[in-house]
Design a protein around this ligand. Structure first.
Ligand code: 5RP
Length: 224
């Protein structure tokens, strides 16, 4: 199966996972990226049963609205029951690297509110140690050089993602050559640098379940 077919399979599996639990007042949190887009498209045929969503990016919000699915500001809902989103990497504790699509801050905010975070990914994303994928860090523009110097002190090689401005008006540094054997400590250390909005490690609040697309079918993984 191709990577796209695996992504399609996990999008369908995520829909099957939440569909029996959809209530009238369920609020769905919707992530960002190609896998999340496929999940959004799975919602289209049942759009009338989706009373509320919150989205982690303007692009996902636009896609939801294009299917006639209502999108709300996070501040106007009382709860987010499920958050469904992809990842750039996951380890076996379901700690993630996210932010390849530059939506990491809003993704982390919706994750913080969500009752259950369902991560959907193809098997290429599952790794032993996080860090082959360069770690995205969202930074206030005037702090870019300062934050880059601090990231070098932590052992990484930050690269400015040229031409990208986040939905929050900030910039992204991608940290290369940065294996992350202790994600909890690294997430906290980077977030402690002045000028960092947040970083793409989801370790303090990892996924609750990972639906992983493999050649043998979709596997349901819980944190080990
Ligand atoms: C966007 C993200 C995405 O979830 C991540 O980049 C995975 O994307 P895709 O589903 O396209 O492989 O974190 O900021």
């Amino acid at each position: 199966m191709t990577q796209d077919e695996l992504k399609q399979a996990v999008a369908k599996a995520a829909f099957a996972y939440i569909e029996p639990r959809l209530e009238k007042d369920t609020v769905l949190g919707i992530g960002t990226g190609s896998t999340a887009n496929l999940f959004i498209d799975c919602l289209a045929p049942v759009s009338g049963r989706i009373s509320a969503t919150v989205a982690s990016s303007e692009s996902s919000a636009d896609r939801l609205r294009s299917h006639g699915i209502p999108v709300y500001d996070l501040n106007t809902v009382d709860q987010v029951d499920f958050y469904i989103d992809g990842a750039d990497e996951s380890n076996h504790a379901l700690q993630l690297i996210k932010g390849g699509g530059a939506a990491l801050t809003r993704e982390k905010i919706v994750t913080a509110v969500a009752g259950e975070f369902i991560c959907i990914a193809d098997e290429s994303k599952l790794v032993h140690t996080l860090g082959d994928f360069p770690l995205p860090v969202e930074v206030i523009p005037m702090a870019r050089s300062h934050v880059a110097r601090e990231l070098v002190k932590l052992g990484g090689s930050p690269v400015y993602r040229e031409g990208v401005v986040t939905d929050n008006g900030n910039v992204i540094l991608d940290v290369f050559n940065f294996p992350i054997p202790q994600p909890l400590a690294t997430e906290a250390a980077i977030n402690g640098i002045t000028g960092v909005v947040t970083n793409g490690l989801f370790a303090l609040k990892p996924a609750d379940v990972l639906l992983l697309g493999t050649a043998d079918g979709v596997k349901t993984l819980f944190a080990q």
